[in-house]
Design a protein around this ligand. Structure first.
Ligand SMILES: [Zn+2]
Length: 447
């Protein structure tokens, strides 16, 4: 009876909520108030896949869903991105019959790192993909080792972990957990022998705190490492990226499966690899998985192409409060071999909560723009002056930097600039529409 009421109530509130434009977490919130253990009453299908980690959750989930669909699996996933317990409750109850049976062969869940332990208190994922743990939203998540401790509570003995072998902290999830497989990226032409960026989170072993030794770094603290004291090291991987060429937008998986990349970034390739590895664990044919991922265009894509006068433009959606995400955008700009105008906009730091904390700007490798072909850099938004202070600590020629907090004026600067330099706009989900709404006529492709 309880589940019947919960399902009907959830669907009703969701229906009304849609009419008045409310978010997808409210129905779950109401049901959980009435029945705090309702998730334990839901009969889940045989396969329950969870995806968590600092970066890449949404993209990885979307690609896994695509692979499952290509293999004729009836899968449901939380597309609306509500990954905290209320959103997950709404999503699951909405997909139940009135007896509480989920109407699907597989459930795929993006789970917020902090909420996974609450969600998975009531049911156990069969597979748990953990992409990476980086510095992310410090005001909310503090340090990544703190997130590790919280996320570890969500890992149950029966769950098969699919882990990023190249991330020392993520590998620690298997330190007292038997069921784990790994994915990894081989050394390639983008790997470095020394850590890149402003800080080095791979300096010490997360298990015993002795120094870590790296054979190479792929990005941030992700690479091939071993501890100088304990057993922690890069584990052998079930699936690997054996070759990668971002210029020609190609990656090779397991030495033989070539995939064309729609968005050429190491970040994106790690997400593809996570999805590929899960598909392999599920027993799907590797060639078929590679075909599904080949040239796949993410619906939750982070790139918008636009054209202003003679300028080709790209909006690179990054995540505020997440330096690794910004560094990937800067790397993308560095690989562009034509002169460019770069606009960086920080206007609202988060769309979910209020913070004016900007220390994360100092974790971003803005120095990298010095080796790009940027001929001018525009800093805009409410925090333009915070950005300006950060840029004073870079080796970038101050003469090419313009500080213009007013977004209208900054966008006008783009449209009144002559020449045909490429334009890159770097900002976050919370701010990207503030730019796009001002150039709606100029959008070429939004994916
Ligand atoms: Zn150690």
């Amino acid at each position: 009876m309880k589940i019947f009421i919960a399902v009907v109530l959830c669907k009703f509130v969701y229906f009304i909520g849609k009419k008045v434009g409310r978010g997808s977490s409210l129905p779950g919130k109401i049901v959980l108030k009435l029945f705090p253990d309702i998730l334990s009453k839901i009969r889940m299908p045989k396969t329950v896949i969870a995806v968590s980690g600092s970066n890449g959750k949404t993209s990885t989930v979307e690609m896994i869903a695509h692979i499952l669909q290509q293999n004729n699996v009836n899968v449901i996933w939380n597309k609306e991105g509500s990954n905290q317990i209320e959103g997950v409750a709404t999503f699951l109850l909405n997909n139940c019959d009135t007896k509480g049976n989920v109407r699907a062969d597989a459930v795929l869940l993006e789970s917020d790192e902090r909420y996974a332990r609450l969600t998975f208190k009531y049911f156990t994922p069969t597979h748990f993909v953990i992409t990476n743990l980086y510095r992310d939203q410090m005001t909310r998540n503090a340090h990544s080792e703190w997130i590790f401790d919280i996320l570890k509570d969500a890992v149950k003995p029966k769950t098969l972990l699919i882990l990023n072998a190249d991330d020392p902290l993520v590998s620690c999830f298997a330190s007292d957990h038997e069921k784990a497989v790994y994915f990894s990226m081989d050394e390639n032409k983008y790997s470095t022998k020394t850590p890149q960026g402003v800080y080095n989170d791979g300096k010490y072993c997360p298990l015993c705190k002795a120094p870590l030794e790296y054979e190479y770094y792929n990005m941030a603290h992700i690479g091939r490492y071993k501890c100088t004291r304990c057993v922690l090291h890069t584990n052998d991987a079930l699936c690997r990226i054996t070759d990668i060429d971002l210029e020609s937008k190609k990656a090779v998986f397991d030495g033989e499966y070539e995939i064309n990349l729609n968005f050429a970034s190491l970040f994106n390739v790690y997400n593809l690899l996570a999805a590929f590895t899960l598909a392999t664990v599920l027993g799907f044919d590797k060639q078929k998985t590679a075909d599904a991922l080949n040239g796949y265009i993410l619906k939750s894509g982070r790139i918008v192409q636009f054209k202003i006068n003679e300028h080709n433009g790209i909006l690179l959606t990054s995540k505020h409060e997440n330096s690794v995400s910004y560094n990937q955008s800067i790397d993308y700009i560095k690989r562009n071999n034509k002169n460019s105008i770069v606009m960086i906009m920080v206007d609202a730091i988060s769309r979910k909560y209020y913070t004016s904390e900007t220390s994360w700007l100092f974790d971003i490798d803005f120095d990298g723009l010095a080796s790009s072909k940027a001929e001018s850099i525009i800093l805009t938004g409410k925090y333009a002056y915070d950005l300006a202070v950060r840029f004073e600590f870079t080796g970038i020629n101050p003469d090419i930097i313009t500080v213009e907090p007013n977004i209208d004026n900054a966008v006008n600067m783009l449209s009144s600039s002559g020449g045909d330099a490429d334009i890159f706009v770097v900002t976050c989900f919370s701010d990207k529409d503030k730019f796009l709404s001002r150039i709606t006529q100029n959008i070429v492709h939004n994916n």
